[in-house]
Design a protein around this ligand. Structure first.
Ligand SMILES: Cc1cc2nc3c(=O)[nH]c(=O)nc-3n(C[C@H](O)[C@H](O)[C@H](O)COP(=O)(O)OP(=O)(O)OC[C@H]3O[C@@H](n4cnc5c(N)ncnc54)[C@H](O)[C@@H]3O)c2cc1C
Ligand code: FES
Length: 281
């Protein structure tokens, strides 16, 4: 069933956009941590995207995506009033949210938007929520205002020091962990190297650490095996067993290897897409 785009916000022009979709059937059921899989066209790839927010009353969900290849570039061609061919969800296990005092939610790049829904869920459960967000520079920082509306504290890091602390999200997280003896959980969403660095940092602090694995997915319902990851020495399917897992148990080396398995094909397909649209390859 086609899903209408009610609103499009270009958060970082040409790179990152936010879409508000008319999807009451998903908005009613979606919980923090869930994702959707959508297709832009009949022959299009299936694109998994985290639900960044929901409004069950209005019947809408929000997604935020970074243009990295052919399918996300195709999605970026759609505007307000257009429709997405199909949107399947909510998928994946929702975030396990319990009352645990202070939770630190860490987001890097587009992962900040994905983390937003989870941080909101922890706040609604009565936890004290500290968010640590980071990007290369201030212009690439997402959702600072949105998080400030409910988080108890927003720690900002930028690589060039143009906003907040100069450094990486791990520098901001280390500062928080050194200052706060009673952190119950750290949740990290972002690029794989970032989530791995967060898991390595929290290990000596002995703090429960949850990461959200963005493995390559096809069906999203546990049938194809494309999304398999190794966690605690066992094979898991990120789409149905996750996407959230214990960061201290994830085999990140295997994850990186699988994510780059189709790199030559992905590059070829994007170059062809740009050639057909008259853009430089
Ligand atoms: C559960 C889940 C939730 C996700 N949530 C979001 C989100 O909220 N916002 C967002 O921007 N992206 C999200 N992703 C990643 C997004 O699905 C991919 O970036 C997208 O499918 C890439 O398609 P493409 O054809 O544009 O690029 P491709 O040509 O497929 O890939 C281009 C580059 O992106 C990398 N890549 C490909 N697929 C993935 C993937 N699944 N995850 C990470 N890197 C990938 C490739 O290694 C390659 O370097 C999520 C992925 C999963 C599995
Ligand atoms: S995407 Fe097919 S099993 Fe997970």
């Amino acid at each position: 069933m086609p899903v209408a785009i009610l609103k499009k916000r270009r958060l970082i022009p040409g790179q990152t956009s936010e879409l508000t979709l008319d999807a009451s059937h998903i908005a009613r059921k979606a919980r923090p941590g869930n994702f959707v899989i959508l297709r832009v066209s009949e022959k299009g790839e299936r694109i998994p995207l985290t639900i960044a927010d929901t409004d069950p009353q209005a019947g809408t969900i929000t997604i935020v995506y970074l243009v990295v290849g052919k399918s996300t570039a195709e999605l970026e061609t759609l505007e307000e009033g257009d429709s997405i061919l199909d949107v399947c969800g909510p998928l994946g296990k929702p975030t396990h949210i319990e009352s645990c005092g202070t939770v630190v939610c860490v987001g890097g790049g587009t992962g900040i938007a994905a983390m937003h829904h989870i941080a909101k869920g922890h706040k609604a459960a009565g936890n004290r929520v500290i968010t640590v967000i980071g990007s290369r520079c201030e212009d690439l920082l997402l959702f600072k205002e949105e998080l400030s509306m409910f988080a108890d504290e927003v720690v900002v890091t930028t690589n060039d020091g143009s906003c907040g602390m100069q450094g990486f999200v791990t520098d901001g997280l280390r500062m928080v962990l050194d200052r706060e003896p009673s952190v119950g959980e750290v949740v990290a969403i972002g690029p794989v190297p970032m989530m791995e660095a967060v898991a390595n940092l929290t290990r000596p602090y002995n703090v429960k650490t949850t990461v959200s694995l963005n493995s390559i997915m096809i069906d999203g319902i546990g049938m194809c095996g494309a999304c398999r990851v190794v966690v605690g020495g066992e094979v898991k399917f990120a789409c149905v067993d996750g996407p959230e897992f214990d960061g201290h148990q994830v085999d990140f080396a295997r994850m990186r290897q699988r994510l780059s398995a189709f790199k030559p094909q992905e590059e070829l397909s994007w170059a062809e897409f740009r050639r057909l649209r008259g853009q430089e390859a």
